[in-house]
Design a binder for this molecule. Structure first.
Ligand SMILES: Cc1cc2nc3c(=O)[nH]c(=O)nc-3n(C[C@H](O)[C@H](O)[C@H](O)COP(=O)(O)O)c2cc1C
Length: 373
């Protein structure tokens, strides 16, 4: 098995094992995708990725992190996304949508505007704050908004919102849906004992803390077509010593397998701050890969590895050694959207530009024959 071996999940075949990791662009207007999203995601399909994920698309307006987040809470949102899936398909990539709810990490500034609670400056520009929801009324940290503890009806409504979003995502033509249960957002905050202090059926024991996620998975799987794969992104460890552990994630992956989940996407962190900023001091390349490896080995669940994967040989080794079935790249794809095509060249899977878009490949092959580069 190599990075360039296709992978079939249910009726969807990825042309290789390389995914573009979900990355918020904070560039939507009231949740609607626009030309930025088409070009941003489209270039990864042209660049040879097997699977291109959208950023977290909010299942409800209050489920957005910022005013710029993508959303899929209405048919208008779905229509705006449909031309993106069409473009990705036309260029050989499978399309994935990440479905999310920010929970207690909602109502924030865009990162480059401060990455904190909204202030008077944003209010003056019309970006008002909104009430946030969480399993318990506990803020992420000092200076964060205090969320409202969700009622049973709130939980049922949110589960229904995920299902409606999945139905729309199918209508849009997405091949893969991923439920976002990582990085301290709503579903992750139910899993972790750090943020979930409930004493009802959704809190306390590990089974109870996983109930909101299980109900979401069941509701999504019921409307997401049988032929299409379902992923769940988790924080394999949530970043707190008293929080969600890798043993918990191994247990969870086994449970998700019985509920029709096809791939667990193994990220980490974020329960008490930003996951992307990865509070650990200078983590080493591939630092989350061991999570994907252990979950895969102990449960038989397919895994997606992510985090500081830079080099083609590194990605190849992850797949070839069976640590994960798919590697997802985030920031490295931002530096080079053609990363998969360059990796195919470096690893000898395509040294003749045959898998490049024909508009480019013919010329590049001629140039190499002529001047050797
Ligand atoms: C700009 C940006 C936005 C991100 N948005 C999301 C997101 O919407 N959903 C998510 O699960 N992870 C998100 N992440 C995390 C990435 O998917 C990925 O897990 C992380 O960046 C580590 O991979 P990398 O080292 O290849 O960038 C984001 C990361 C970046 C840099």
């Amino acid at each position: 098995m190599t990075l360039f071996t296709p992978l079939t999940l249910r009726d969807v075949t990825l042309r290789n094992r390389i995914a573009v990791s979900p990355m918020c662009q904070y560039s939507a207007g009231d949740g609607l995708a626009n030309d930025w999203h088409l070009v941003h995601l489209g270039k990864f399909a042209q660049g040879g990725a097997g699977l291109v994920f959208t950023e977290a698309a909010a299942v409800s307006r209050i489920g957005r992190i910022t005013h710029g987040d993508l959303g899929i809470w209405s048919d208008e949102h779905a229509a705006a996304l449909a031309r993106i899936t069409g473009f990705l398909r036309a260029h050989g990539a499978a399309s994935g949508i990440q479905l999310g709810h920010a929970g207690r990490k909602a109502s924030m500034q865009r990162p480059w505007e401060g990455n904190a609670a909204l202030t008077g400056a944003e209010f003056a520009a019309g970006d008002m704050a909104w009430p946030t929801l969480a399993p318990s009324a506990l803020p992420v940290d000092d200076g964060w908004l205090v969320p409202r503890a969700m009622t049973i009806d709130d939980i049922a409504q949110t589960v229904a919102d995920f299902a409606s979003a999945a139905r729309r995502a199918d209508w849009c033509g997405f091949d893969v849906a991923e439920i976002h249960a990582a990085h301290g957002y709503l579903l992750a905050s139910f899993l972790s004992p750090v943020s979930n202090k409930r004493d009802d059926a959704y809190g306390g024991s590990r089974e109870n803390r996983a109930r909101a996620l299980f109900e979401t998975v069941d509701a999504v799987r019921a409307v997401w077509p049988e032929q299409k794969p379902l992923f769940v992104r988790i924080s394999s460890v949530d970043g707190s010593p008293d929080g969600w552990s890798l043993d918990d994630s191994v247990w969870l992956a086994g449970e998700l397998k019985t509920r029709g989940v096809d791939v667990v996407d193994c990220s980490s962190g974020g329960i008490s701050g930003s996951a992307t900023a990865a509070k650990r001091a200078a983590p080493e390349p591939g630092f989350q890969v061991p999570y994907a490896e252990r979950i895969r080995r102990e449960t038989g669940m397919k895994t997606q590895a992510v985090g500081l994967i830079f080099e083609p040989a590194q990605a190849e080794a992850i797949v070839a050694s069976g640590q994960a079935d798919i590697v997802a790249l985030g920031r490295e794809m931002l530096t080079d959207p053609n990363w998969p095509l360059h990796a195919a060249d470096a690893l000898g899977a395509d040294t003749a530009f045959a898998t490049w878009p024909k508009q480019y490949g013919w010329w590049l092959d001629k140039r190499r024959q002529l001047v050797g580069r």
